[in-house]
Design a protein around this ligand. Structure first.
Ligand code: ZN
Length: 471
C-alpha cells in the first residue's frame, strides 16, 4: 500500500480521468474489485424530469397574489387577535385557509386530508399574556409507496406590527409571512393532483411571532407519534428580492442550514470532534440536496446556502424541528427591508412603512415556490436518506469501507458513494456501488469526506447520509 497521501491523490486524479473518458458508473462494476483505483465521475446536478417541469409551469403568480391579498384583507392576523370574528383577525384567516385547502384536497382523489391542529398555549410570561388557542392548518398528501416517510413545508399565517403585543392595529404581514403561506398553498394545489411515493405535509402555522408556538406544537406531535420526518422547510419572508438600498437579486433565494446539529448529544459531539463533520449535519445534506435538484430550468433560481441556523441571532419555524432531531432549513428572500416587516403601517418623512402587498413581487414568490416544488417533489419520489451508514474502522487501512442498511423502497436501484476534499463545500465525486450494503474505495478516510445516497430505477437520488465510525 502506498502512503495514504499519494494513494488519495492518485485516486482523485484517476477519477478525473474516468470522467474525461466519459465513463458511466451506473451499472458499472469496475470499482467493486477494491482496492483498485475507483472509477468515479464528477457529481452533476439531478436534472428536472418532464413531470417536474410541467408542474413548475402550473405555479401561478396570479393565484399567489390573490392569496397574499386575501390574507392581508383580514386586517390583522396577530395570534392574540379575534378567533371568532368572521371578517377580521386570525380566526377568520384560519377558517379561510382551512376552506381553501379542503377545496384543494377535494380534487386529490382522497389522498390529501386537511386538519385543524389546535392546542391552548398557557401564558409564558413573555409574548403570550393569556391562555391562547394556537391552530395550525395542516394538509397531508399521503404517500403511495412509503407513507411513513414524511417531508414538511410550512409558512406562518400570524402577523405583527412594531409592538409584538399589539393585536388590534392593521398588521398586513404580506411578506412576513403571507408570502410563505402562499407558497405552501400553491404547492398543495399543484401537488394534490399527483401521486407522491412519500408523504408531504403542507402547513400554515400560527404563533410564530409569539415564540414559534405553532411549529413547536407540530414538531412535538410528529415526535410523539414517532414520525419519520426526513426533511422540513419553512418559507418565511419570501416575498421580495429587493433590499432597502434598491439592490435586487430576483433569481436568488437564501437557504439557512445549520452545521453542528441543535439536537446533538454529548456522545455525538465526541464523535464529531474526533472525525469531523461540523459541515455535514443532516440539515447541511438537505441543503446540498436542494441545490442538486432546484437550481435548473424548472425554477430559474440560484439557492444561496448560508452556513447558519437562521439569520444572525434570529429564529424561525424550522428550529423546533431541529430541536426534535429532524433535518430542517429556512428559505428567505436574498435581502430584507426592515421598513417593510414588523412595522406599524405609516408614512414618515415621505417614506411608507409597513408590510404591504405592493412591496411583494408575485413572480419572485412563484419562483421560490418552484424551488420548494423541485425539492419536495424529488424528495417524495426518491428513496429515503440511507440509514445505518458507517465507515468500518475494524482495521487500520488506507482504503475506506462503507456499510449501510438497505432501504425498503420497491423501486430501489442501488447506492452511490460520494466524496469530496474536506475543504470543498459540495460533494464532488461519485461512484456506483450497485445494489449492495457495503463498498470499499481505495482512498483514505483520513483525507476526504465520504457519504452514501440511494438511487431509484428512475434515477432519483436521495439526500446524502454522512457516516459515523463503527468498529
Ligand atoms: Zn416571519
Amino acid at each position: 500500500m502506498s502512503p495514504s497521501g499519494s494513494t488519495s491523490r492518485r485516486a482523485l486524479l484517476s477519477a478525473s480521468a474516468a470522467t474525461a473518458a466519459g465513463a458511466s458508473l451506473i451499472g458499472g462494476r469496475a470499482a467493486e474489485a477494491a482496492p483498485a483505483a475507483p472509477a468515479a465521475r464528477r457529481v452533476t446536478a439531478q436534472p428536472p424530469g418532464r413531470d417536474l417541469v410541467a408542474m413548475a409551469r402550473e405555479i401561478d403568480p396570479g393565484r399567489i397574489e390573490s392569496i397574499v391579498r386575501r390574507l392581508v384583507a383580514f386586517g390583522t392576523r396577530h395570534t392574540l387577535s379575534a378567533q371568532d370574528d368572521p371578517e377580521r383577525g386570525i380566526g377568520a384567516a384560519r377558517d379561510w385557509i382551512h376552506a381553501e385547502l379542503r377545496r384543494i384536497a377535494d380534487a386529490s382523489g382522497g389522498r390529501m386530508t386537511v386538519e385543524l391542529q389546535s392546542y391552548v398555549q398557557e401564558p409564558d410570561g413573555n409574548r403570550i399574556p393569556v391562555p391562547t388557542t394556537i391552530t395550525n392548518v395542516v394538509a397531508t398528501l399521503r404517500g403511495s409507496a412509503a407513507p411513513e416517510r414524511v417531508y414538511v413545508v410550512s409558512g406562518h399565517y400570524d402577523s405583527r406590527v412594531s409592538d409584538v403585543g399589539n393585536a388590534t392595529d392593521d398588521a398586513p404581514g404580506a411578506d412576513d409571512d403571507a408570502s410563505g403561506v402562499a407558497v405552501v398553498m400553491e404547492l398543495a394545489r399543484v401537488m394534490s393532483t399527483r401521486t407522491t411515493e412519500a408523504t408531504v405535509v403542507f402547513a400554515a402555522v400560527a404563533g410564530e411571532e409569539q415564540g414559534l408556538y405553532g411549529a413547536g406544537h407540530m414538531a412535538q406531535r410528529f415526535k410523539a407519534a414517532g414520525a419519520d420526518v426526513q426533511g422540513m422547510f419553512t418559507n418565511d419572508i419570501v416575498g421580495s428580492p429587493v433590499a432597502d438600498d434598491g439592490t435586487a437579486d430576483p433569481r436568488v433565494v437564501r437557504l439557512f442550514a445549520e452545521g453542528v446539529p441543535t439536537s446533538e448529544t454529548p456522545e455525538q459531539a465526541d464523535v464529531r470532534r474526533s472525525v469531523g463533520g461540523e459541515n455535514d449535519s443532516p440539515s447541511r445534506q438537505l441543503a446540498r440536496f436542494v441545490r442538486d435538484v432546484a437550481e435548473n430550468r424548472a425554477t430559474g433560481m440560484t439557492v444561496n446556502v448560508i452556513y447558519r441556523r437562521d439569520r444572525y441571532l434570529r429564529g424561525g419555524d424550522h428550529i423546533p424541528f431541529l430541536e426534535e432531531g429532524y433535518p430542517a432549513a429556512r428559505f428567505t428572500e436574498p435581502h430584507e427591508d426592515y421598513a417593510h416587516q414588523h412595522q406599524d403601517v405609516r408614512v414618515e418623512d415621505g417614506q411608507q412603512f409597513g408590510d404591504l402587498p405592493e412591496f411583494c413581487d408575485m413572480d419572485y414568490i412563484a419562483r421560490v415556490a418552484r424551488v420548494n416544488l423541485a425539492t419536495l417533489w424529488t424528495l417524495a419520489q426518491a428513496p429515503g436518506t440511507p440509514t445505518g451508514v458507517h465507515i468500518d474502522t475494524g482495521d487500520l487501512t488506507n482504503s475506506t469501507t462503507l456499510v449501510w442498511t438497505r432501504g425498503p423502497e420497491p423501486d430501489l436501484a442501488g447506492y452511490e458513494v460520494v466524496w469530496r476534499e474536506p475543504t470543498e463545500p459540495e460533494w464532488t465525486h461519485v461512484l456506483d456501488a450497485g445494489d449492495t450494503t457495503t463498498h470499499t474505495v481505495d482512498i483514505s478516510k483520513d483525507n476526504v469526506f465520504f457519504g452514501v445516497r440511494a438511487v431509484d430505477r428512475a434515477g432519483h437520488r436521495s439526500p446524502v447520509a454522512y457516516p459515523t465510525p463503527s468498529r
